[in-house]
Ligand binder design. Sequence first.
Ligand code: PEP
Length: 262
Amino acid sequence: MTLRRPTPLVAGNWKMNTTVAEGVELARSLRAGLDGSRVEVELLPPFPHLVPLAEALRGGTLRLGAQNCYAEDRGAFTGEVSPAMLAGICDDVLLGHSERRHILGESDELVARKLRAARRHGLRVILAVGETEAERLEGATLAVVDRHLRSALEGLEEVREQELVIAYEPVWAIGTGRTATPEQAEEVCAHIASRLDELLGEVASTVPILYGGSVTPDNAAELFRQPHLDGALVGGASLEVEAFIAIVRACESQRAPRAPSR
Ligand code: PEP
């Protein structure tokens, strides 16, 4: 395996929370605390927030992403938003989140089509993968993660640096307060790293691998100390300014490249 050198990332998934006015206020407060961070920081607000947030974040270092997109560029898909519409407004798109797989019934095949569509429009994809509690109890965790990765990534045209992020999110840990132990998270993230080597070749060493599932300021540092965790996808705590800033600071202290000593 080549030496891994991904850029650390902390992304906040706001899910279906905040009005546009509240979202702009939250983004301004986060920008005030986090612009110039030594790790990448990204906000993933609901669709109606993207245009005003792009304006509120302009000229700063925070990235902006959407929580979803459709697999086609245009047409009779009522209620959907295409990657062609997102390109130029935001940088990234989150795909395969467990709430979309399990509540909204998205299949591996649909996630794979969305990923290809997003790539066509130059959006970096944050691909979420992870097992349910029943799958973990059956001992199927790594097989499920493999299936999510293979179905989305196999046969892709060359992936370049800054085009892909993987988020390992055990479904049983999302929004439950039951964070995976650092050892559980590390085991799966290390497995993802070796699978990415196989699926993507050399560029795999640049793909950040995030952990998501009840990350808080109290558990973040210990998670970020694990060698194969390059950051976090944060849900609930990303809506609280102080908590999200504290998680980013933990990532900076554990993962950011040290400033050269004089
Ligand atoms: C998520 O929505 O991706 C997530 C990890 O949520 P939470 O941090 O609330 O568990």
